[in-house]
Design a protein around this ligand. Structure first.
Ligand SMILES: C[S@@+](CC[C@H](N)C(=O)[O-])C[C@H]1O[C@@H](n2cnc3c(N)ncnc32)[C@H](O)[C@@H]1O
Length: 344
C-alpha cells in the first residue's frame, strides 16, 4: 500500500489518541499501533495492506477501532488478559493471530452499541407520530448491532434511568408513547454477537459501565423480545434494501453510527434508496459522529418522505448521549412545538 496511505493512517492514529474516549481505555493500544507502524512491523503492515485491499473505502478511524476490537477479541478469547501493555506482546499477538485478525477486519464492522442512544429517537419518533396523528409506526433500524434500540423504544423504565443524564438545551421535547406495530433491525453478515460487541468496548471501567447498561437494557426489555425481528441484510445491497423496506411498509427508519463508516457516495446511495422506498408519511433518522471519530459529539439528522432537504434535529456533546443535547433548528418541523410535560 502507498506510503501516503500509511502516513495518513499514522496521523489519524495520533489524532484519535486525543479523543476523550481514547482515555477510556484505547489510547495505550493506539499508541502501540503507532509504534508498530513507525517501525514498519511486517505482520502489522501486512494486516493493514490486507484490510485496504479488501475494503478500499474504509475510513482510517473505522479501521483503527475495528483493529482495536479485533485485537481485544483475541485477548479475551486467549483468557482475558489485554496484552498490549508491552509492545513486544502486541507484536507477538499480531504475528500469531494474523489470519484471525485479518478475518475480523475484512469481514466485520465496529459494532459498539450504545444503550443510551435511543433517548433521542424516542422523543423524535414519538413527536413525529403525535404530530402526524399516526396510529402505526413500523420501525426499521439499519445497522442495529444486537438490536437494542428496537427493544428499548417505549420502555419508560429504561428511558427514565438514562434520561436523567442527558440534558436538552434550550428545551426538552415531550415524551410520547410511539404507536409501534413493528420493531425490526438489520445488520450485516455475520450478525454481531454479544461477545463481539463486548470486544468493541474499551478495556476500562468507563466502558464496563456502558456494557453493563446494555445488558441491563436487555433484561428490562425482555417483555418485547418476541416482537423484535432481527435480520441479516447488507444495506449496501440497495435492491435488497429497497425490496425489504417496501415489503414490510416501514414508515420510520433509523440508522445510528453506521453510515459514517462509509464514504460519502455510499452514504448518499443508502439515503436515496431509503427515501425512495419508505412508506408515507415516512421519517428517516440518522445519528453520526460529528467529526468521524475524532471528537466526542454526534449529530442527529432527519428526512421526511417527499421532503428535499436534510433536517438538523439535534447535536449531542457525546456520542453516548450522556451530557448535553442541543435542539436543532429543524426539530419543530418534525415534532411541532411539543415540550416536556405537554405530551402524554
Ligand atoms: C457502530 S455499530 C452501531 C450499532 C447501533 N446502531 C448503535 O448505534 O449503537 C454499527 C453497526 O452497523 C453495522 N453495519 C455496518 N455496515 C453495514 C452494512 N453494510 N449493512 C448492515 N449493517 C452494517 C455493523 O455491523 C455494526 O453492527
Amino acid at each position: 500500500m502507498s506510503d501516503e496511505r500509511r502516513t495518513q493512517f499514522g496521523l489519524t492514529l495520533t489524532a484519535i489518541q486525543r479523543h476523550r474516549q481514547g482515555h477510556h481505555g484505547w489510547s495505550a493500544l493506539h499508541r502501540a499501533f503507532g509504534r508498530l507502524l513507525s517501525a514498519g512491523d511486517p505482520a502489522f503492515c501486512r494486516l493493514l495492506d490486507t484490510a485496504w485491499a479488501a475494503r478500499p473505502g474504509i475510513s482510517d478511524a473505522h479501521l483503527i477501532t475495528l483493529l482495536s476490537a479485533a485485537v481485544r477479541g483475541v485477548c479475551l478469547r486467549d483468557g482475558g488478559t489485554e496484552a498490549w501493555s508491552g509492545l513486544e506482546e502486541l507484536r507477538d499477538l499480531v504475528e500469531r493471530n494474523e489470519a484471525a485478525l485479518a478475518r475480523d477486519i475484512c469481514g466485520r464492522s465496529n459494532s459498539f452499541t450504545g444503550a443510551r442512544r435511543f433517548l433521542a429517537p424516542q422523543l423524535i419518533i414519538g413527536g413525529h407520530a403525535a404530530q402526524h396523528g399516526l396510529d402505526e409506526v413500523r420501525l426499521l433500524d439499519l445497522g442495529t448491532g444486537v438490536g437494542i434500540l428496537p427493544r428499548q423504544l417505549n420502555n419508560r423504565t429504561v428511558y427514565d434511568r438514562f434520561a436523567k443524564d442527558l440534558s436538552w438545551e434550550p428545551w426538552t421535547p415531550a415524551y410520547w408513547t410511539i404507536p409501534l406495530t413493528a420493531r425490526c433491525g438489520v445488520d450485516a453478515y455475520p450478525l454481531p454477537t454479544l461477545e463481539w460487541v463486548y470486544a468493541c468496548h474499551g478495556p476500562s471501567s468507563y466502558y464496563k459501565d456502558r456494557f453493563e447498561e446494555l445488558m441491563w437494557s436487555f433484561e428490562q426489555t425482555a417483555d418485547v423480545a418476541e416482537d423484535v425481528v432481527i435480520r441479516e441484510l447488507d444495506i449496501l445491497d440497495l435492491p435488497r434494501l429497497a425490496a425489504f423496506i417496501r415489503e414490510h411498509t416501514f414508515n420510520v427508519i433509523t440508522c445510528n453510527f453506521v453510515l459514517f463508516q462509509y464514504g460519502r457516495q455510499f452514504q448518499k446511495a443508502v439515503e436515496d434508496c431509503v427515501m425512495s422506498s419508505i412508506a408515507e408519511p415516512g421519517l428517516f433518522l440518522t445519528m453520526n459522529p460529528s467529526q468521524a471519530l475524532l471528537s466526542p459529539g454526534c449529530r442527529i439528522r432527519g428526512r421526511l418522505a417527499g421532503g428535499r432537504t436534510e433536517l438538523r434535529l439535534a447535536d449531542a456533546s457525546d456520542a453516548h448521549l450522556l451530557g448535553t443535547i442541543t435542539v436543532g433548528p429543524d426539530l419543530t418541523t418534525i415534532i411541532g412545538e411539543g415540550r416536556e410535560n405537554s405530551g402524554g
